[in-house]
Design a protein around this ligand. Structure first.
Ligand SMILES: *Cc1c(COP(=O)(O)O)cnc(C)c1O
Length: 376
């Protein structure tokens, strides 16, 4: 059989493994920050009816400009945004990739502040963009001065700011975002994948868009909106910015089925987001209960919690998995990350963690270690 080494693969891809968290069938999956509440059945029926109508015209290519979806997303975001301010793709990962295709590439660079979303360096690598790893302040915070100083020094073409930051949960102030914008002539992307989990009235970078044509705010329907399987991400920016992305998108990149499903879901925003309050409550509960178990949670504006004080993250990860609870080893020594689930799932996690103990001392079965290695 041919091995990968026998194929004329790009030299910068040699030796790499595909990215992805372990996909395991477990009773309690709290590893990829999904909304673990299923879509309400009446909404599901409405989405199916829309899909059924769309199926009848699948003989034709879909609306290449996905005008209906852009309008629905603009209306959802508010802040005076219109369809031409919106861009969408198959997940915000694809949106971010298109940003790098348009503004990055060979000879150009992307700056992010680590630890941050693991896809950023991977998207950089895939588009031939040089990745620059910036650093954070204590407790993974990012002050305006710390960020702006590094942006000035790095002279990066693109800066990705993850707000709140994955995997740490750290909220980001609008002051840091404006300081970064003012410190560069390049593109600044604020990745607000978890914006809906922020406290009510929390600031969003959407308010900064007017007068800042190099700024874009990316969002996703995958997390709060309970639509991860449909693959819909989007961004808001100046119409000139969204026009630039049309130069690199594949024609008809959003299928008619994706567009129909997303528009139907957006017509039920209240029901789709109904569990967000509940999830925020479970996140707060995790933050309150972890110290009593001997762990140190970080402040989180998202639907997950990073916690330190883990003597052996690998052992604790495996011991929890043996209890049917899948969380995430994000590669930060002494730390693990858990998504807030339903009340029952969160109870299962906290109960298992209490049984397992700080050293993760319960013997783990074989196999889990191998899966865990996939997480960078
Ligand atoms: C989950 C996540 C995304 C990507 O989500 P999609 O499913 O591709 O829309 C983007 N950014 C961050 C920080 C995430 O955690």
């Amino acid at each position: 059989m041919t091995s990968l080494d026998d194929l004329p693969l790009r030299s910068d891809l040699r030796g790499l493994s595909p990215y992805g968290a372990p996909q395991k069938r477990v009773p309690v999956a709290l590893n990829v920050n999904e909304n673990s509440h299923p879509i309400p059945e009446p909404v599901a029926h409405d989405i199916v009816a829309s899909l059924a109508r769309a199926v009848l015209s699948l003989n034709r290519y879909p609306d290449r400009e996905f005008t209906g979806l852009r309008g629905a997303l603009a209306q959802y975001l508010g802040h005076g945004l219109r369809a031409e301010n919106i861009w969408a793709a198959n997940g915000s990962n694809e949106v971010l990739q298109q940003v790098l295709q348009a503004f990055g590439g060979p000879g150009r660079s992307l700056l992010g502040f680590v630890p941050t979303y693991s896809m950023y360096p991977i998207l950089a690598s895939g588009t031939g963009t040089r990745w620059i790893a910036g650093t954070r302040d204590a407790d993974f915070e990012l002050s305006p001065a710390t960020a702006a100083e590094q942006v000035r020094r790095a002279k990066a073409d693109i800066v990705f700011l993850c707000a709140p930051n994955n995997p740490t949960g750290t909220p980001l102030s609008l002051e840091t975002i404006t300081a970064v914008y003012d410190a560069t002539d390049g593109i600044v992307i604020v990745d607000e994948a978890y914006a809906e989990f922020a406290p009510d009235g929390a600031p969003t970078a959407l308010t900064l868009l007017p007068g800042r044509p190099r700024l874009a705010v990316s969002r996703t329907m995958s997390k709060a909106f309970a639509f991860a399987g449909a693959r819909v991400g989007y961004l808001a920016a100046d119409p000139v910015f969204t026009d630039a992305l049309r130069l690199v998108r594949l024609p008809y990149h959003l299928s008619a089925l994706t567009q129909a499903a997303a528009v139907a879901a957006l017509a039920h925003t209240a029901e789709m987001l109904a569990m967000v309050d509940d999830i925020r409550g479970q996140r707060d509960r995790i933050e309150q209960e972890l110290p009593g178990l001997g762990y140190r949670p970080y402040r989180s504006g998202s639907n997950f919690v990073l916690f330190g004080g883990v003597d052996d993250p690998q052992a604790t990860f495996e011991a929890l998995l043996a209890e049917g609870v899948l969380i995430r080893d994000v590669g930060i020594p002494g730390h693990l990350r858990v998504s807030a689930g339903t009340e029952a799932e969160t109870s299962a996690f906290l109960g298992a963690l209490a049984r397992v103990g700080r050293a993760g001392s319960v013997a783990a079965p074989g196999g889990a270690g191998e899966a865990n290695k996939l997480v960078p």
